[in-house]
Design a protein around this ligand. Structure first.
Ligand SMILES: [Zn+2]
Length: 414
């Protein structure tokens, strides 16, 4: 339609009107069969969730985490997964790596954790219960909801005879709640063998995914001074506490609010007698940043800035100890998040995309450069408290979301 007839002007007008209305026009059709299967899976998912919540599996409870693992593994084996148990030293219990192989190209890693923050006896004291639109119990959201959404999404894939993926691997961690010391290297090694990592932590209360996380580290400040009697000859001393106070104030300026980089000194130690000028002081500062470049900057500037002293003849050493790498937002994760939002849109729902200053297992997969999204479990909140809950109305949409997402990414890994 290249000539400019009145008719083509009309077409252009109609075309423009359609473009303006495009969110409605281009919304992909819902996969009705999958939605019906997800709806039918709801009660089974709740049964599995009840079973898992009623097993105490606080980090360090070897029998508990292994029992949770065996309930999930039995189901994964029925789906044809090959299962490997990997000891989680220095933590207890076995991490689990379960693999399904298909006929496509995409390699997807799903991560969830089996441990909770709750002491033995909690499950008996306040077992799984449903009240109104929510279910309650220890770990019901964090992260037993992730275990059941992952498991049942794989069941739905099988029901749909969907095998257009190279590999879907489920990695179940025994010690997430204490920092994953016994699983970090396994997560990193597995992530490197996959195109995408999805962490099945609970969905945010506003029905969100987590698309970026800050990394974390600590500034370790050590000051050596010279002791002296605070009454008789204070001028002969070199006050390490005063130098540390100066250092904390100046080093805190390494924060950059425009880049969301924070530096907060939190632990201070110095002296043990009020009448002695202290000859030592230490301080620790919590550092959070959204990019590795920011940690590099802080490490470099720290070394230089800390040599600007208040008190001559003190010795100052300031170093950065890095712990969790950042899970940065980037074009690859943006594209994946767009995909997830489009899928949720098929249900007429809006998926919020959020960030967090806290680290998680997804930080480890992102840290080795693998695109990672987080928050694919059920929508829930109040984690780590007795008021922890999941929203029952999120079961069907969240099952649909993860299953359709696997179908979208499975063929290519993108
Ligand atoms: Zn968790």
């Amino acid at each position: 339609m290249r000539t400019s007839s009145p008719g083509s002007r009309l077409f252009r007008f109609v075309g423009a009107a359609l473009l303006l209305a495009s969110p409605l026009v281009t919304q992909a059709a819902v996969d009705n069969r999958l939605l019906a299967n997800a709806t039918a899976a709801r009660s089974n998912l709740l049964k599995t969730l009840e079973q898992l919540v009623n097993v105490d599996s606080g980090t360090g409870n070897e029998r508990g985490v292994d029992q949770v693992g065996s309930i999930v593994v039995d189901e994964l084996r029925k789906l044809g997964a090959t299962v490997e148990f990997v000891p989680s030293t220095p933590a207890v219990g076995n991490n689990i790596v379960a693999t399904l192989t298909g006929s496509g190209k995409g390699r997807i890693l799903l991560i969830a954790h089996m441990d909770t923050v709750f002491a033995d006896g909690t499950a008996a004291a306040r077992p799984f219960r449903v009240d109104g639109t929510r279910a309650y119990g220890p770990g019901v959201a964090d992260d037993k909801s992730g275990l059941v959404v992952g498991l049942h999404a794989l069941k739905l894939l099988q029901q749909s005879n969907f095998r257009n993926f190279a590999r879907i691997t489920v990695l179940l961690n025994t010690n997430e709640e204490t920092g994953s010391d016994g699983t970090r290297s396994l997560i990193e090694a597995q992530a490197r063998q996959h195109d995408v990592t999805l962490n099945l932590e609970p969905g945010r209360p506003a029905d969100g995914l987590v698309v970026w996380r800050k990394g974390s580290g600590d500034i370790l400040l050590e000051v050596r001074g010279k002791a002296a009697h605070a009454g008789v000859a204070p001028e002969t001393g070199r006050n390490a506490a005063m130098e540390a106070a100066h250092q904390m104030l100046q080093l805190a300026r390494l924060a950059d609010s425009a880049k969301q980089t924070t530096v907060n000194f939190t632990v201070i130690k110095s002296g043990d007698r009020s009448n002695v000028i202290p000859d030592f002081a230490t301080a620790e500062g919590d550092v959070r940043a959204t990019t590795t470049a920011e940690f590099d900057r802080i490490e470099k500037e720290l070394a230089v800035l800390s040599q600007q002293k208040l008190i001559a003849d003190t010795e100052v050493k300031a170093t950065l100890k890095r712990s969790f790498p950042p899970m940065p937002k980037n074009p690859l994760t943006d594209a994946l998040a767009d995909k997830a939002q489009a899928i949720y849109g098929e249900l007429g729902r809006k998926l919020t995309l959020e960030g967090s200053g806290g680290a998680a297992d997804s930080s480890f997969s992102a840290g080795v450069g693998i695109p990672t999204l987080d928050g694919f479990g059920l929508v829930g909140g109040n984690s780590h408290t007795a008021a922890e809950y999941v929203e029952l109305d999120s079961i069907v949409p969240r099952l649909y979301l993860l299953t359709r997402f696997l179908m979208e990414v499975g063929p290519t890994g993108r």
